[in-house]
Ligand binder design. Sequence first.
Ligand code: SAM
Length: 256
Amino acid sequence: MLSVPGLDNRYLQQGSSLLRKMSQLQRIAIASSQLQQGQILLTKEQQHYLGRVLRLRESDRFIAMDGQGKWWLSQLAGEQARVLEALLVETELPISITLMVALPKGNGFDEVVRCCTELGVTCIAPVLSDRTLLHPSPQKLERWRRIAAEAAEQSERSFVPTILEPVTFNTAVSVNQTIHRYICEARGEYPHLNKVLSGISDEIIIATGPEGGWTTEEIENAIAFGFQPVSLGRRILRAVTAPVVALSLITAACEV
Ligand code: SAM
């Protein structure tokens, strides 16, 4: 866990209880490259944020997170921060979940990214399906990644989910090799997602469609690539609700 030379290991065993006591501390995201020999070299923006926005003073403590699973209790020291100790964070799910979402119209995807990050998603793959109405600008990807980072921070996750560049649905289904692959289909006699989730201990991919639903060809293509169609219940959920429901069911099944 500890990757910073010269730090005290004693606290690591007590990590999670220590963390609970630290829930009042402010958290900021840093790049791993900013950490050098037990010091965090703060950027001008981070100095401004800590000093002017959060009103921290010299020697005040905060938590630095690298978004890749590492958290450090840190202490402000001028333009740098001193790392006091590494923290053990245990907020991640025991399995990896990739959510493939046909982009909903408007800003609906913002909410999908935010909610599914809170729920513990590992990777979000926005896809352009036959009935997708939105064709996002390159700035949208930046925005979604920022939303994921903020949501991961607020829900005290140690990892920030990866948001992939949008690709066509047919490309996305063909490149994934994960064993457990499901596609949510609102109509038809398919098993409920609840019924197929037992015994998954590694990775899962789940796909949800756009407002107009998947085309028959898309469902057939997904099945040809090993996706199993599943139901989320008897009611038709909105395109932004379905991913949240799917994620909730998966987290409930795999988290004890
Ligand atoms: N217009 C489609 C129709 O009438 O069949 C409904 C599409 S729904 C608004 C958007 C997506 O959410 C669907 O493509 C599916 O992936 C998912 N979805 C919504 N309700 C669902 C349900 N009850 N079971 C499985 N998937 C569902």
